[in-house]
Design a binder for this molecule. Sequence first.
Ligand code: AMP
Ligand code: ZN
Length: 114
Amino acid sequence: MSSCIFCRLVEGGIPAKIVYQDEQALAFEDRNAQAPVHLLVIPKRHVASVQDCQERDQALLGHLLLTCSKVARMKNLAESGYRVVTNTGTDGGQTVFHLHFHVLGGRHMAWPPG
Ligand code: AMP
Ligand code: ZN
């Protein structure tokens, strides 16, 4: 069994409220939602962060962002807007070291972030 919590989630070892998946990507509800809609979009293949992506991951990164817009549309956020965030490394506030994009919506997002 993988030591990475999101790899375990992909393997079905821990439960998740999955809203969308395809060959490369999985989208599920964040267990500690920070907005009325808070989804995480992850690659099924382990990549630690955006900083660990290589040239070969270019298509995967594009696919993950398109998946963010797809699930945002599914959650009726296309008109009202939403935020896509990928926290990277310690100063970026990353706590799970498997690449993930937060999709946050359903309320107004402040700027700058904390
Ligand atoms: P980050 O701090 O950017 O690395 O985000 C990690 C996110 O993963 C947090 O928002 C957590 O609430 C979320 N999270 C961690 N474990 C799980 C899980 N098993 N199911 C759903 N969300 C999770
Ligand atoms: Zn992983």
